[in-house]
Design a protein around this ligand. Structure first.
Ligand code: AQP
Length: 327
């Protein structure tokens, strides 16, 4: 089984990125052949300073390694180091259509506060490049948070459309959504996703323990006093229950049961302790990796391995569509 996942180096990683993605990678490594990449081309779809993008990319590679991934087993690489992503993107963009791309929720969300003249083509065509990322590695499984499911569905439509016309060229991928940590919400507005590009209510992995505690103790809850999972009427409490469940590897009813009879203050205090204890060893590993030369070595080796596999698929697609390729 081939598994593929990536994160955009657009900003400081949040607890949402950690619970929704990083924390799950090690388990996937045991289940199949993993390709985990730094989606730096995707990061260009919204304005970003070159220096920041470069630093974020290195930092993200170190976070991948700190999550326990073994770079000998898993191919860790930079998207921009594998030119086949851009080449396949150029081919696939002819098989996805304006109508379906303009219906993508993520595009609508990101573009709603922007003037038309400021919306880059890359932001609009984001799902095309994402399809290329997935299909190049013949990925069977793509672990994602809830808001990426629509993009995977679009990739599946593309595979059907393409294979119907050219035969069985592309492998059909499937989204894998972690039931518990699929959507960690903002602490200040628990009806909105915690997102690295929206600093309100985020816990950053690089926050120090005092800051984390302060953020959790002041997280928005409600005027009641019952610790109960109820996304509609108690989104703040529900979000904290989810965070606890995701860290402990339990389901939400078990998280609810654990906090039965707690007062809000004590509940938040235990959530803060749990988050701080979870992130401490992870961040220590991250700091060590950042001090070493490991990231450069791993990305160099990863690029070689990723290019090899990606170019095989690219060749298959080029031949299928009739691009002259007798070499
Ligand atoms: N709040 C979240 N809850 C659960 N999972 C999340 N992920 C992100 N936020 C949450 C998961 O982290 C991975 C990284 O995704 P990405 O950086 O490629 O894009 P994203 O989903 O758009 O993440 P952000 O933090 O919201 O980025 P920006 O702000 O740059 O758009 C994915 O697996 C995602 O599901």
């Amino acid at each position: 089984m081939r598994i593929l996942s990536g994160i955009k180096p657009t900003g400081e990683l949040t607890l949402g990125n950690y619970l929704g993605a990083l924390k799950n990678f090690k388990a996937f490594e045991k289940q199949g052949e993993c390709f985990i990449f730094i989606a730096d081309l995707h990061a260009l779809t919204l304005p970003i300073e070159p220096k920041v993008l470069k630093e974020n990319s290195k930092s993200l590679a170190a976070f991948y390694l700190a999550s326990g991934l073994d770079p000998k087993k898993t191919t860790l690489f930079l998207q921009s180091d594998v030119s086949a992503h851009s080449e396949l993107n150029a081919i696939l963009q002819n098989y996805l259509y304006m109508g379906e791309l303009s219906r993508m929720t993520q595009f609508k969300d990101k573009a709603k506060s922007m003037k038309d003249s400021a919306i880059g083509l890359g932001l609009f065509a984001y799902p095309v490049l994402m399809s290329a990322d997935i299909l190049l590695y013949d990925a069977d499984v793509v672990p994602v948070g809830e808001d990426q499911v629509q993009h995977i569905e679009l990739t599946r439509d593309l595979v059907n459309r393409f294979n119907k016309r050219y035969g069985k060229v592309l492998v059909m991928p499937k989204a894998n959504i972690n039931k518990v940590s699929k959507r960690i919400m903002s602490l200040s507005d628990p009806t909105k996703k915690m997102s690295k590009s929206d600093p309100k209510g985020d816990i950053y992995l690089k926050d120090n323990p005092d800051v984390i505690r302060k953020k959790i103790m002041s997280a928005v809850t409600d005027s009641g006093n019952e610790i109960k999972y109820d996304e509609v009427n108690k989104p703040g409490i529900s979000n904290l229950l989810v965070i606890y469940a995701a860290i402990k590897g339990i389901d939400i009813p078990a998280s609810e049961k654990h906090f039965q009879g707690y007062r809000y203050g004590d509940f938040k205090k235990e959530i803060a302790d749990t988050v701080i204890n979870e992130l401490k060893p992870f961040m220590e590993r991250y700091q060590e990796i950042m001090k070493s030369d490991l990231v450069n070595q791993v990305l160099l080796d990863g690029a070689k391995r990723a290019n090899k596999i990606a170019n095989i698929t690219l060749k298959r697609v080029k031949r299928a569509v009739g691009l002259f390729d007798e070499k």
